[in-house]
Design a binder for this molecule. Structure first.
Ligand code: CP
Ligand code: NVA
Length: 303
């Protein structure tokens, strides 16, 4: 059997996502009704963290437990990964002792090399370039609130980061459009966007990017690993806050999303993230349900 990985959003087809989204709905329903569901009994997930996390660790660890399996947490601080063991060797060893692996790391090349040497499926729990699990949960959240996302407009306001590149891949798979507004000096890296992707438009003015959007979304201005740029970024992103004025340019029933953690008063105003259009807590919770469906799919295939 060939091993499937989820290293970036484009690794899955629309049919894969349709299955995972339907399973997310079913698995969430079971959870809400206290219905035990243990398809991964005796299976083990290893989670490797080279960066901090609250949501990703919690949702994968709780999710694996709820599916009847076990989760083991490794980080760079107290494993040999932090002492220079080659990623290829780590992949060989870890993948002989578990059924599936989740990694949060720096460059996408690291997770790619890990997956090439793994005997079991590997999931991207965030790299500098992609955050596909978050966008999977976000799309499920959009569908829960508003139905199909096909043909809709998503406004991305802020940094061209891992979340944006996963949104751009998702736009191609699901057939929606992304209005992107970043400060000029923090523009899209085109080497991370497929040349044939016609599903986005660049806007110099962030308010214009919000015009008639069905969903407005943003993220921190300084992602993990880029902390030394923080002061320069605070200056460059002045004006890119998602506030009530920008939300007014979007559709009246537009949703607001943020993968969290958020900085009120920087990338988003408190009145927006804590306001009626915000679905940030649903996004966070849906990480749990969507990733349980993803774990089930990658370990057992279609059930
Ligand atoms: N959104 C997200 O991935 O959060 P954590 O960094 O807390 O895992
Ligand atoms: N873009 C952010 C997302 C955190 C979940 C980062 O990479 O730090």
């Amino acid at each position: 059997m060939t091993i499937r990985h989820f290293l970036q959003f484009s690794d899955f087809s629309l049919a894969d996502f349709e299955h995972v989204i339907e399973r997310t709905r079913i698995i969430k329903h079971k959870f809400k009704n206290y219905e035990p569901y243990h398809p991964l009994m005796d299976r083990t997930l290893v989670m490797v963290f080279e960066k901090n996390s609250t949501r990703t660790r919690l949702s994968f660890e709780a999710g694996m437990h709820q599916l009847g399996g076990a989760a083991i947490y490794l980080n760079t601080r107290d494993s040999q990964l932090g002492r220079g063991e080659p990623v290829e060797d780590a992949a060989q060893v870890i993948s002989r002792m578990c059924d599936i692996i989740m990694i949060r790391t720096f460059g996408q090349d690291i997770i790619d090399r890990f997956a090439q040497n793994s005997r079991v499926p590997v999931i991207n729990g965030l790299t500098n370039e992609h955050h596909p699990c978050q966008v999977l949960a976000d799309i499920f959240t959009y569908i829960e609130h508003r139905g199909s996302i096909a043909g809709k407009t998503v406004a991305w306001i802020g940094d061209a980061n891992n979340m944006l590149y996963s949104w751009l891949q998702a736009a191609e798979v699901f057939g929606f459009h992304v209005n992107v507004s970043t400060p000029k000096s923090y523009d899209i890296d085109r080497s991370l966007v497929s040349a044939s992707n016609a599903r986005y438009t660049l806007f110099g003015n962030p308010s214009d990017a919000c015009e008639d959007a069905h969903l407005v979304t943003t993220d921190v201005w300084t992602s993990m690993g880029f902390e030394t740029e923080n002061a320069a970024r605070l200056q460059a992103f002045d004006g890119w806050i998602v506030d009530a004025e920008k939300m007014h340019r979007a559709k009246p029933d537009a949703l607001f999303m943020h993968c969290l953690p958020a900085h009120r008063g920087e990338e988003v105003a408190a009145e927006v993230i804590d306001g009626p259009q915000s679905v940030v807590w649903d996004e966070a919770e849906n990480r749990l349900h969507a990733q349980k469906a993803l774990l089930e799919y990658l370990v057992l295939g279609k059930v």
